[in-house]
Design a protein around this ligand. Structure first.
Ligand code: PMP
Length: 346
């Protein structure tokens, strides 16, 4: 592991080894110690740097990828940015099929990083030929010598976190972690991190965060894929309308669902209380902590680690835009729970 007072060969040397930062205010009404694993300290500003670098290097080791080849992926933005960054350094072409739910900022960023971007409709089923899954599959078939990362169905997504995020948290907490709280999209982060941590101490409680409108929580509880759970929601990167094989449901103890509105207010509260400018799903993860804390989940001496997946700058036209918040109606309702929390931290 290199330290920041050294010279780095290139930006990829900075992937991983993100800081664990104590949260001093936002959860102070609950018992226990709260720490955020702040993934925006990765050079691509999200946890997805880990999987992009790991999966591409595994493909290189197996001889599947050689410079000049094309890397294809479906992505809500962060994975695409990370793959584009790795592709620049390693000399690959990067082609991305992106959901129309992704912010314009994210799409512009991907283009800036040299990626070719296809924008696909968000609210169609996964097997619709217009969906970003099907578009990526088609491109993979059409482009000779291409590699499809397929993060939702790639076991290496789990391995990347098993080999990095998990051991880092174990070391940073000196083995004292009692709870892990993490969002689940592909499920790679929570599955790999939890798998490693539970191997060290099976008593660690792992709580996944899911969105209303997603099938993940119900599938965990019943092993039933229930289409009736699916409806559009705003948080990007959290929850799913399919069951990803990159989720190991056995290492998660329970899932908590959070709303778009409360997660947005809580994301803003993280900035105001802790000075940490993080993304929408960090707000979702923290919102889950609020709900769990209010339900009496935490006790004195607990060490709770929450993963904050990305940086707030990616959401300037969404959660951090007063105009957007107003358009969603998020300033209309008196959000009693959020108001109480704001009073608490003053
Ligand atoms: N937050 C954001 C912003 C994301 O882009 C993602 C990935 N889709 C996640 C959380 C969830 O991480 P994972 O895919 O590893 O479950």
């Amino acid at each position: 592991m290199k330290h920041r007072n050294q010279v780095f060969d290139n930006v990829l040397d900075l992937v991983g080894n993100t800081p664990l930062i104590k949260l001093n205010k936002i959860a102070s009404k609950f018992k226990g110690n709260f720490y955020a694993k702040v993934e925006s300290f990765n050079p691509g500003h999200s946890s997805k740097d880990r999987i992009a670098l790991y999966i591409i290097e595994q493909a290189e080791k197996k001889g599947i990828l050689t410079p000049g080849d094309t890397i294809i992926e479906t992505t809500s933005g962060n994975t695409g940015f990370s793959i584009a960054m790795v592709s620049i350094i390693k000399g690959y072409d990067c082609v991305l099929a992106v959901s129309s739910k992704s912010s314009a900022d994210k799409i512009d960023m991907l283009k800036t990083m040299g990626a070719k971007v296809y924008v696909c409709p968000a609210h169609v089923s996964a097997d619709d030929p217009r969906s970003y899954y099907q578009v990526a599959k088609r491109l993979h078939e059409e482009i000779k010598g291409s590699v499809y990362i397929n993060q939702y169905f790639n076991e290496l997504n789990i391995d990347a976190h098993y080999k990095s995020t998990g051991p880092e948290i174990w070391k940073q907490t000196e083995g004292k972690i009692t709870h892990l709280v993490a969002c689940s999209g592909t499920g790679g982060t929570i599955s790999g991190t939890a798998r490693y941590l539970k191997e060290q101490n099976p008593k660690i409680k792992v709580i996944g965060v899911d969105a209303f409108g997603s099938v993940i929580k119900k599938y965990h509880e019943t092993r039933e894929f229930d289409e009736k759970e699916i409806y559009p929601y705003r948080i990007e990167g959290l929850g799913k309308n399919l069951i990803p094989s990159a989720t190991d449901f056995d290492v998660v103890d329970e899932f908590v669902k959070v709303t778009d509105e409360e997660s947005a207010h809580t994301a803003r509260l993280i900035a105001k209380s802790e000075g940490l400018f993080v993304g929408y799903t960090s707000g979702a993860a923290m919102q889950a902590i609020m709900q769990l804390g209010e339900g009496g989940e935490f006790k004195e001496g607990d060490n709770i680690v929450i993963i904050f997946p990305d940086h707030g700058s990616r959401y300037m036209s969404k959660v951090y835009s007063d105009k957007w918040m107003t358009e969603q109606g998020f300033f209309d309702s008196k959000n009693e729970a959020a108001a109480q929390r704001i009073q608490y931290i003053k």
